[in-house]
Design a protein around this ligand. Sequence first.
Ligand code: SF4
Length: 496
Amino acid sequence: MSSLSAKIQDVFNEPACERNRGKDAKARKEGCSKPLTPGAAAGGCAFDGAKIVLQPITDVAHLVHAPLACEGNSWDNRGAASSGATLWRTSFTTDLTELDVVMGQGERKLFKAIREIKEAYAPPAIFVYSTCVTALIGDDIEAVCKRAGEKFGLAVVPVNAPGLAGSKNLGNKLAAEALLDHVIGTVEPDDAGPYDINILGEFNLSGEFWMVKPLLDRLGIRVRACIPGDARYLDVASAHRARAAMLVCSTALINLARKMEERWDIPFFEGSFYGITDTSEALRNIAELLVRKGADPEILNRTQTLIAVEEAIAWRKLEAYRRRLQGKRVLLNTGGVKSWSIVHALMEIGMEIVGTSVKKSTVEDKERINQILKDDNHMFEQMAARDLYAMLSEHKADIMLSGGRTQFIALKAKTPWLDINQERQHPYAGYDGIVELVRQIDLAIHNPIWSQVREPAPWDCQPAVVDEPPGTKSETATLHTVQEFTATMADDFGEC
Ligand code: SF4
């Protein structure tokens, strides 16, 4: 644990993080988020965070050294997509039992599991995750991985981020440290070129990076490694030969970008592929960084031309929705997705933002939202479920964009809802992605179900006054069948 403590302190002391720079040494040591109680469900544990970052590396076997439940808790909880390899979706765990713990069999079982995976699947690498139980019993996964790697002649990477170490976000960063310590820089590519870039913190959710990659291909820019979305082990291992990098999710992987810049002189910028303006800006920044690192300046003109063509196409497609969505009010409760990018994108087509959560936003993110909205009253750190419900049921928003956890609040308030978090079904990145997002919003808002569910229920309607003398049939008849009951209801109630 002592090396883990040192690693955690190193991660907490992130100089590239502006918020961190503003803290004194003592506050910095305590980290950004309060560590969770191990096993607490809210937000996930450090192991969960490490698994989120590494599991999308698709040709690797991910072996969880733990009792069974840890793997069940973390397996494939993001909608990342693969263009080929499928091994990442096979679940591997040492499935430690109480007997293994009591008899001290953990390390032996781990070694055996590594051998079994090697023989059955022959992957290019096996990532071994420590967890609360195996950290507490003191299993030395680094030593086992080293020994197994030497014996079996393959990369066996220890990921030292047990759940008890802290929050999910800390786990994201410890996963990056595992890549820096054991993977990146271990393979020398024979085809490095002046147009090679890395994309960091891009998870390829619903395959959305595939909406962007063709644009880079057309510019002659090669993605040496997209970490982690749809990544292959050898691409990650040779990522140190890229000339520039774009950091998509800084909250998760800023330490990876900063350390790659320091170790291998790979400059990076933080950007986003959500929305027309941000996609164009990202392409421009990539081209500029490559030119700074020696690429032919002619790429700047090519990039400008491509941006002009693609923007025109996207705007033409969006025009069809502008009339239908202009002035519609959106409530964003996004959590992980960069809310400033989405805010910007929706305002580009004339929608009104009535509120956006900034709980996980960085200081810079908040500053950007402030600039876009020109009013920080629309930002909220966190909104209780009852406040969300009140806002939606009072029709202060026409649609809520959020993650699955809050969907039922919207549905209960009879308000359209669209999933834009990690479990989303549709890709929203790049020029085509924003068109898809707007199309999905239009479908959700104009779905005819809403006018139907908003109609008052029959039992909430006033019964019509029936002017009949006592003793007539309608007062005394006994109802025998559903048809009779329904027919009588229809007769008895007035217009709803
Ligand atoms: S690593 Fe610890 S906190 Fe995380 S799922 Fe396993 S037991 Fe729970």
